[in-house]
Design a protein around this ligand. Sequence first.
Ligand SMILES: [Zn+2]
Length: 316
Amino acid sequence: MELYKNVFQIQSLFGGRNLFQYLFAGANFVLVDTGIATTPEETILPYLDRLKISPERLTLVVVTHPDLDHQGGNDAMKRAAPRACLACGLADRALVEDPRALFDRRYNFLKEDHGVGFDPDPRPEAGKPRKVDLCFAGGESIRVADDWELEVLHVPGHSRGHLALYDRKNKAAFVSDAIHGRGCPKAAGGLAIPVTYYYVDVYLSTLRYFEGLAIDALYSGHWPIMRGEEVRDFIAESRQTVELLDRVIQASLEKNPQGLTLKELIDAVADAVGDWPADSRSLAMFPVKGHLDRLVSLGGAQALTSFSTLALNLIL
Ligand SMILES: [Zn+2]
């Protein structure tokens, strides 16, 4: 779909969710995200072919953050477009370059202590290791054409180095998974998975940052296109979800002075939100652990070790 002149949204489905990449076609050709391992061959390259753009002409591939549905196609894309620079956020580099690191340090870092994580490990969708050529820390600008630049934004929360691109000419923000609402929707409607932000305070500052940016249209990795008031509402809903999780976790710990396991807290939060599907609620391990880390750092909770399962309780 052509969103603006020479700006394209490339769509496919993964796990019942929409999965979007974006293409900016000017003097330079910029692709945003590479999908899962098979997305280049099945979706991106056929799309370029229909536009009569040779992959040889791709200049830059920006991977917004370390997740298998955004970086899984890195190796395949780089093989098809060897002249393109592969780029990601500086703080995400190690995870973007290597599916092994992605699973060890992001998806399964809680498995041993808390019994939550991803199987199989690694999943084939995560693709092959591929070094990145260039890292962004935010504040850079990418020239697409003489009168057209994309501003690189560092918008952490979902990951440490999460990137978004801002197209000032079109007042359009390409935010990938930087903003979560109350969860990620299925293409057919209803929620597919919980919110998966992890760094709570920087996520809140990212939300504030987007509120201060002139955005007419918001384009993401999975959510529907939003415009005007919808953008404001989406950001407000995202903040309310953070506040809800914080309240539920604190109240649950207060009610259970002996402590709770991470899984019990995930269930408490999922019950409070109400419509996260049962088969994906364990993904709320990211925000729940993030909120707990914040509570511990503020001195409001402590980690307990019992029966080899780490539990947590609130210090009153
Ligand atoms: Zn995603």
